[in-house]
Every structure is written in C-alpha cells, then in structure tokens.
Design a protein. Structure first.
Lengths: 115, 111
C-alpha cells in the first residue's frame, strides 16, 4: 500500500518552461488536494478536487491548472513557470465528508526550483 | 477560518513529556481542533483531533480547555523521532475539507 505518491521528487526549470506534477493515491479517496510550502511557512492550498472530473480553486490558484481525469490521479500543471513558483509542492487525499474530520494523507513532496 | 496561535519553537529532553500549546480564542462552537505534524523533508501527517472532550490515541493526547479557547497536544514520552513542526488547525464543518496551516511549533528533542 503506497499511499500518496508524487512524481517527480525534484525538478529544476527555467523561467517560461512548462511542466506537470503527478499525484497518485491507492486508497480510493474521493478528495485530492495540491498545496505549496514556501520556506519557513505553512502549507497553502492551490487547488482541490472533490471527485473525478471536478476541480476547484484554493487559496493560491494563480499560475496553476489541475486535472482529475481518473479518481486515483491528480495532476498539477505550470504553463509558464516563474521564479515565484519555486516551492515544495505537496499532494494530499482524503475520504469525502459525511465526516468533515477525515484526515488528509500527504505525499513526500516535489521540490521545484525555477531559475 | 478561525485562527490559531502557537509558539514558534519548543525544546524537550528525550523520554520526557512534551506539552505543545495552541490558542484559538475565536473558535466557533462547531470547529474541531486538529493536529498534524511534519517531520523533516516529509509531508504532514495527521496526529489527533477533538471537539470538546480530551482525546487519546497511540501517538498523543489532546487536552481541550473547558471554554475551548485553547488546547494542548501532549506527547507522553518524547523520542528523537518526534522532532518535527506541529500544526494546530481548526476544521470548519463546511466546505471541502480543506486544511489551513499556520507556521506551527518546531519541536526540538534533545538527546
């Protein structure tokens, strides 16, 4: 049981390049999330999904797009990377609510540097 | 979302109990108190949550003040593996199950 797996673990991009971060979960969770964490700060929500084919904006969505074509996968895209997007990106998943207190399960992060 | 206030850092000796405080004076009656921790170079992991009564699980205990304006996460016997950033989060019972992280408390465990 792998839990939440993020690919890649590290990446360096040049300004203006595009890339896609992949998140996969094997727990059959309905909800999935993308967060970013900047140095010395807590996590901030970028986008989230409450089910296959649905996505919604979080706290800091600008410059990112997401897709949830399959229940187990949640993709985060950067169309034109900017240095301000240098960060550690975390994916998480959880069961849907009925119970708002379902814990979120996190991956180990993708460390992205944009030069 | 209601905010929480935590000390930036704390230290503890190994094998001693640790009490991590959290103030949440604007908590609403339906907000649950959640704790997550983040070990170095890892994603956050769920620790415990509660509403009004004290809660215990295999990782920790959560003590909630009677007026719910503060809470304390208790690690009964700190180990080096407990060195992490601990986040106290208030969960609204609406919305999309989002978590709003502050900057947390960095716990250092001294051997």
């Amino acid at each position: 049981n792998a839990g939440v797996t993020q690919t890649p673990k590290f990446r360096v991009l040049k300004t203006g390049q595009s890339m896609t971060l992949l998140c996969a979960q094997d727990m059959n969770h309905e909800y999935m999330y993308w967060y970013r964490q900047d140095p010395g700060m807590g996590l901030r929500l970028i986008h989230y999904s409450v089910g296959e084919g649905t996505t919604a904006k979080g706290e800091v969505p600008d410059g990112y797009n997401v897709s949830r074509l399959k229940k187990q996968n949640f993709l985060l895209g950067l169309e034109s990377a900017a240095p301000s997007q240098t960060s550690v990106y975390f994916c998480a998943s959880s069961y849907r609510f009925g119970d708002f207190n379902q814990p979120q399960h996190f991956g180990d992060g993708t460390r992205l540097s944009i030069l | 979302d209601a905010k929480t206030t935590q000390p930036n850092s704390m230290e503890s000796n190994e094998e001693e109990p640790v009490h991590l405080p959290c103030n949440h004076s604007t908590i609403s009656g339906t907000d649950y108190i959640h704790w997550y921790r983040q070990l170095p170079s890892q994603g956050p992991e769920y620790v415990i949550h509660g509403l009004t009564s004290n809660v215990n699980n295999r990782m920790a205990s959560l003590a909630i003040a009677e007026d719910r304006k503060s809470s304390t996460l208790i690690l009964h016997r700190a180990t080096l593996r407990d060195a992490a950033v601990y986040y106290c989060i208030l969960r609204e019972q609406t919305g999309a199950n989002n978590l709003f992280f502050g900057t947390g408390t960095r716990l250092t465990v001294i051997p």
